[in-house]
Design a protein around this ligand. Structure first.
Ligand code: NAP
Ligand code: F7E
Length: 324
C-alpha cells in the first residue's frame, strides 16, 4: 500500500508539532504548511524537520492553498492554522476573522475544487461555548461566543458542517477544550504561570502578574488531543466531537499546584493586574467527552496535576540549560 499523505496547516504551532510527530509514527508522509516570515520560526518542529516536507502557503491566499493540494495530493488535511490568542482577537478583530473564520472557507474551497475525497479536520474550540448555556458542554450545547476569536471559530465550525452537508465532504469539526504542554505559547495562562514559577524558583523573577484568577477551564495535554484529531478522520462517516478531560479547575488552582510543586506558596508571588482582564470573559468551561470516548475510543493519558508538573519541570530544565 502506498504511503498516506497528510497536510497540516499551522504545523509550527503547539498542536501542529505534536500532530506531525504522531502522524510520522503512524507512517504518514507529513506536509506542513508555513507562512513566509523574514526569519524562520521552526522551534517546535526542528527535531522532525528532516522527516517532514515544509511548504509555503497562507490561509489568506487562496491560490497557495490550491497549489499545495494539487502538488502534494494529501488524503487528509488538518486545518490548525489560526490567530489563536483570545486577547489579540479584540485588538485585531478583522485579521482574526480573516485567518480564523474565512481561512476555513478558503481551505474548504481548495479541498472541494482539487479533490473532494480529502478528509478534512477543522480545529474548533470550546471558546465557541463562551457564556455557557449548559454544564457540562456537549456537541449539542448551543454556542454563545464571548470574543472575536470565539465568533470566528463559530463561523469555522458551521462552514465545516455546511460543506459536509452541501458537498458531501468528509469534514469534521473537533471542538477541543484547552490543551497545554511545554510547547504552549508563553502568553497563554498555563505556560505563563509555569514559566514564572520556574523563574521565581531560580531567582530570576520576583512576581507574576495575572488577570482573572476565578475563571475555570477544562485543561488537558496537547499530546493526547492531537490523537483525537486523527481518530476523527478514520471512521466511515464524518462527525463532530467534543474533546475534553471532563474536569474543570480555576486559574487559582493551577497557580496553587504549580507553585506547590517547587515548594512555594502562590499567594506570596501572584499579583492581580487589571491589564490582563478581558472585555468579556468565559467563566466556566467543562466538556463532556462521552461521545469521543464511546465512538472513537479516545481517552486522555495525562491528568491535570501531571500536566502542571510536566510544564513546571520542563521550564525549570530549559531555564537551567539556558543559564548554564
Ligand atoms: P498556535 O500555537 O497559536 O499555532 C497557530 C499556528 O497557525 C501557527 O503555526 C501559526 O504560524 C499558524 N498561522 C497563523 N496564521 C496563519 C496564516 N494566515 N496562514 C498560515 N498559518 C498561520 O495554536 P495551537 O494551540 O497549536 O492551536 C491549533 C489550532 O487549534 C488553532 O486553530 C487554535 O485556534 C485551535 N484550538 C486550540 C486549542 C488549545 O487549547 N491549544 C483549543 C481549541 C482550539 P506561525 O508560527 O507563523 O505564527
Ligand atoms: O486563558 C485567564 C483568562 O489565554 C485562560 C486558546 O488556546 O483555549 C485558549 O484560550 C483563562 C482565561 O486561554 C491571565 O482570562 C488570567 O479565562 O490561557 P488562556 P483561553 O482564552 O481559554 C481555547 C480553547 C482556544 O481555542 C484558544 O485558542 O485564564 N487569565 N490571567 C489569563 N490568561 C492569560 N492569557 N494571561 C493572564 O495573565
Amino acid at each position: 500500500m502506498s504511503q498516506k499523505r497528510a497536510l497540516i496547516t499551522g504545523i509550527t504551532g503547539q498542536d501542529g508539532s505534536y500532530l506531525a510527530e504522531f502522524l510520522l509514527q503512524q507512517g504518514y508522509k507529513v506536509i506542513g504548511m508555513v507562512r513566509r516570515t523574514s526569519t524562520v520560526n521552526f522551534d517546535r518542529i526542528k527535531h522532525i524537520q528532516d522527516d517532514i516536507e515544509v511548504v509555503q502557503g497562507d490561509l489568506l491566499d487562496q491560490s497557495s492553498l490550491i497549489e499545495i493540494l494539487r502538488d502534494y495530493r494529501p488524503q487528509e488535511v488538518y486545518n490548525l492554522a489560526a490567530q489563536s490568542f483570545v486577547p489579540t482577537s479584540w485588538k485585531q478583530p478583522v485579521l482574526t476573522g480573516e485567518f480564523t473564520a474565512l481561512g476555513v472557507t478558503r481551505i474548504l474551497e481548495a479541498v472541494r475544487n482539487v479533490d473532494p475525497t480529502i478528509r478534512f479536520y477543522q480545529a474548533s474550540s470550546s471558546e465557541m461555548f463562551g457564556k455557557v448555556q449548559e454544564v457540562p458542554q456537549t456537541e449539542k450545547t448551543p454556542f454563545y461566543p464571548r470574543s472575536p476569536y470565539g465568533v470566528a471559530k463559530v463561523y469555522g465550525h458551521w462552514i465545516t458542517v455546511n460543506y459536509r452537508e452541501s458537498y458531501n465532504l468528509y469534514a469534521c469539526s473537533g471542538i477541543l477544550f484547552n490543551h497545554e504542554s511545554p510547547r504552549r505559547g508563553l502568553e497563554f495562562v498555563t505556560h505563563k504561570i509555569t514559566h514564572a514559577v520556574a523563574k521565581i524558583k531560580l531567582g530570576q523573577a520576583k512576581d507574576l502578574h495575572l488577570g482573572n484568577l476565578d475563571s475555570k477551564r477544562d485543561w488537558g495535554y496537547a499530546g493526547d488531543y492531537v490523537r483525537a484529531m486523527w481518530l476523527m478522520l478514520q471512521p466511515g462517516q464524518p462527525d463532530d466531537y467534543v474533546v475534553a478531560s471532563g474536569e474543570t479547575h480555576s486559574v487559582r488552582e493551577f497557580c496553587e499546584l504549580a507553585f506547590d510543586h517547587v515548594g512555594l506558596k502562590w499567594e506570596q508571588y501572584v499579583v492581580q493586574d487589571p491589564a490582563f482582564m478581558r472585555p468579556a470573559e468565559v467563566d466556566h468551561l467543562i466538556g463532556n467527552p462521552a461521545k469521543v470516548s464511546q465512538v472513537l475510543g479516545w481517552k486522555p493519558s495525562v491528568s491535570f496535576p501531571q500536566l502542571v508538573q510536566m510544564m513546571v519541570d520542563a521550564d525549570l530544565e530549559t531555564l537551567k540549560k539556558d543559564g548554564a
